[in-house]
Design a protein around this ligand. Structure first.
Ligand code: SF4
Ligand code: SF4
Length: 134
């Protein structure tokens, strides 16, 4: 199975090789889609993780036992449709095609393609794209 997950590390774990063990002990493969790690404060990492379901579940349990909070990535960025004017400014900058036009040139957000890079959050002049972490 494959999933995109948001991992939040408490300050005590930020400088420990926690994620490395997913490969070594649980035979999981991952891509780091985003990482914000600052010493002495909470760390955030967005991973795409792939592996056998049994190992995947064991790996998640290991992370949670270590004190890492794990959430599905789709909860990370939301579009507030009532604020969106469909100006399209975000569409050309979205690296994954998660923001795209439909046939009527309305901007559509596809959360399953979003890697939470936050580019649209910074670019949108109407603050229609929001981070929902926390
Ligand atoms: S956060 Fe990044 S990937 Fe997600 S919709 Fe915005 S620009 Fe696209
Ligand atoms: S930049 Fe903002 S207002 Fe413009 S299309 Fe994107 S989300 Fe909508």
């Amino acid at each position: 199975m494959k999933a995109r997950l948001v991992l939040r590390f408490p300050p005590l774990l930020v400088d420990q090789p926690v994620v490395y063990k997913l490969i070594k002990d649980y035979n999981l493969v991952f891509n780091i889609l985003r990482a914000d790690i600052t010493p002495d404060s909470e760390g955030l990492m967005v991973l795409e993780i792939e592996g056998e379901e049994r190992n995947f579940q064991k790996g998640l349990r290991y992370l949670e036992e270590k004190g890492v909070k794990v959430q599905p990535l789709s909860q990370d960025i939301v579009m507030r449709e009532e604020l969106c004017t469909h100006c399209g400014a975000c569409v050309v900058h979205c690296p994954t095609g998660a923001l795209h036009f439909d046939e009527e040139r309305r901007v559509i957000f596809s959360p399953e393609k979003c890697v939470a890079c936050e580019v649209c959050v910074d670019i949108c002049p109407f603050r229609a794209m929001e981070i929902t972490l926390g």
